[in-house]
Design a protein. Structure first.
Length: 296
């Protein structure tokens, strides 16, 4: 879901240091991740805060671009700073630059967000290992999606992160249909393709569980996702869970490789990027090179 160009390589000596940020955000007040003129976005807000601290425009690369209204608990980004910029972050205080940047970035975000303070929280700042790329080094991304299927489960306190679905859903039917989509596939039927990008992805998990509170949680994990893919998968699965289509219908749509009137997107507000996984430090660069070749 990310078509950004890779940032500059990490250099030694007087070159750049690659910095990793781990953050979470409430996507409700934002028009998605990516910078858009005249709109409040997560990337735009984060980069404005960084520019205030670094005193120059700063571009970040994200692990997974999220759509408008989509949230994240485990988002990862990287940026490149000169060694002088990194050392200067503590302003002479006896602080590790990572600690200084974390504290100052939280403050800058609070000032920049105003009434939306707390909508973006940076949890960790660290110097990334050699070869790290937030986007291309990732092994997989995992999303969750909450569904309350029936008015008895509709909790007003959870209305901003849970889909209120009117009809009851059969979890067994949902999982039967979802299982047929696993593996390395062309997900054109479930994506909004971007020019020059592939729609081939490896879907590693697609499953539904009903929790003790009665709410259904979908887990969707893949090496990467193309635009709208998770919402399209969940939206189509709802037809099966409601009994309107047989479980095999999801696979039939996959094989058709086309978008039509039955291509529906589930609402964005229950979707959360939960986690991004990376290989061991000595495999980061090889993973980035391989992924970049596959995607481009």
């Amino acid at each position: 879901m990310n078509d950004q160009k890779p940032a500059a390589p990490v250099l030694g000596g007087g070159g750049f240091l690659r910095i990793r940020l781990d953050l979470a955000y409430d996507g409700g007040p934002f028009s998605g991740w990516a910078v858009q003129p005249g709109l409040r976005t997560v990337q735009g807000t984060l980069e404005a805060a960084l520019e205030l601290l670094i005193r120059r425009p700063v571009r970040v690369t994200v692990a997974g671009r999220t759509d408008a209204g989509v949230h994240a608990r485990g988002q990862v980004v990287h940026l490149d700073l000169t060694e002088a910029e990194w050392r200067g972050l503590n302003r002479g205080a006896e602080l590790d630059p990572a600690v200084a940047l974390l504290r100052r970035l939280r403050g800058a975000l609070s000032r920049g967000l105003g009434d939306l303070t707390g909508a973006i929280v940076v949890h960790q700042v660290s110097i990334a290992p050699e070869g790290f790329d937030a986007r291309f080094s990732a092994l997989w991304r995992r999303y969750s999606y909450r569904i309350a299927d029936g008015p008895a489960l509709w909790d007003p306190l959870g209305r901003y992160d849970t889909l209120w679905h009117k009809a009851p859903l059969d979890v067994d039917l949902l999982n039967e249909g979802a299982s047929k989509l696993l593996g390395l596939q062309n997900f054109l039927s479930y994506c909004k393709p971007r020019e020059g990008s592939t729609t081939i992805r490896e879907l590693q998990r697609f499953e539904f569980t009903r929790g003790p509170d009665g709410v259904i949680v979908a887990t969707v994990q893949a090496d990467a996702f193309c635009h709208n893919m998770v919402r399209a998968l969940v939206g189509s699965a709802l037809y099966v869970g409601e009994g309107l289509e047989p479980p095999g219908w999801l696979h039939e749509r996959l094989l058709a490789r086309k978008r039509d009137a039955r291509s529906v997107l589930a609402a964005p507000h229950p979707l959360v990027l939960e986690e991004v996984a990376y290989p061991s430090d000595d495999e980061l660069l090889a993973r980035a090179v391989l992924t970049r070749a596959l995607r481009e």
